[in-house]
Design a binder for this molecule. Structure first.
Ligand SMILES: [Mg+2]
Length: 273
């Protein structure tokens, strides 16, 4: 189901209710990956991009229905392996590294300088994983994430203490305590809103002429919602959660249906006189 906020209350709508907003405007789709395009799985490797989602995203670009950007916590290399880098803008590590269909690439200088420190931290975290095999380490090169949702609760405080030691050792990095993981990032103020700023800058986007549409599912996507809301676009949270998003998709399946409908949206032919 798709819902939109009206007087702060979410109300169910049909795609046809949104069509007037979308008609005849240059559109830019900005999508988070995990939990948004792809439902969560017990381990990140199992959460693969469904082939039909990959297809619809490519078709949207081929049919000039919208530009598409994927903005994810995963690294650029893994996004490039599953999406089409010649069609979609791919922003990995929350946009610290971005590739453009033109071949243009952006890497934040602070991310580059943090690589040696990040690699050393990844080694230390791997040593913790060797002690606690239920932990999952995601090394994204410019950031690392240690997932503990499969770790029995009585072992979680041991791991928390080990991670606390690493916070002291790696004071040149920033640690984020996420709901079921610890994440380390380069020590700069960075979020997905900054990623969108960078994309707009690199592409010299005429923002006022573009209708931005975005979907995400966690706190990390809120800066993206704020950026798009500030540009009079439309924002969707996937699932139930307090959010600045103006609308909601109940599930990733609803987002997929939206993308299909967007692909089939007939834009009135341009009049030439
Ligand atoms: Mg997500």
């Amino acid at each position: 189901m798709i819902s939109l906020k009206k007087n702060e209350q979410l109300q169910a709508v049909e795609f046809s209710d949104l069509a007037p907003l979308l008609d005849g405007r240059s559109k830019f789709l900005i999508l988070d990956r995990d939990g948004t395009l792809v439902p969560y799985s017990p381990t990140p490797e199992l959460a693969f991009l469904p082939p039909r989602t990959k297809t619809v995203l490519s078709d949207i670009v081929d049919h000039h229905q919208a530009q598409v950007a994927i903005v994810s916590a995963r690294n650029l290399k893994s996004l490039q392996a599953e999406f089409d880098p010649t069609k979609q803008i791919l922003a990995g590590n929350y946009g610290l590294e971005i590739s453009f269909p033109s071949g243009q690439k952006f890497v934040h200088p602070a991310a580059t300088s943090a690589v040696p420190l990040m690699a050393a931290l990844a080694d230390d975290l791997a040593a913790i994983v060797a002690q606690y095999p239920q932990l999952i380490l995601d090394n994204h090169h410019y950031s690392v994430c240690l997932h503990y949702h499969l770790l029995p609760p009585h072992k979680q405080s041991h791991v928390a203490a080990l991670v606390d030691d690493l916070r002291l050792k790696y004071s040149g990095l920033v640690f984020h305590d996420l709901p079921t993981s610890y994440e380390a990032m380069p020590a700069i103020e960075w979020h997905k809103g900054r990623a969108l700023e960078q994309i707009a800058l690199q592409l010299s986007l005429a923002e006022q002429d573009i209708f931005f549409i975005t979907a995400g599912d966690t706190e990390a996507d809120e800066p993206m919602f704020e950026w798009v809301n500030a540009r009079q676009g439309i924002t969707f949270n996937v699932g139930e959660r307090a959010s600045a998003a103006l609308g909601r998709f109940d599930t990733s399946e609803d987002l997929y249906s939206f993308l299909r409908a967007l692909l089939d949206l007939k834009t009135p032919p341009q009049q030439h006189y």
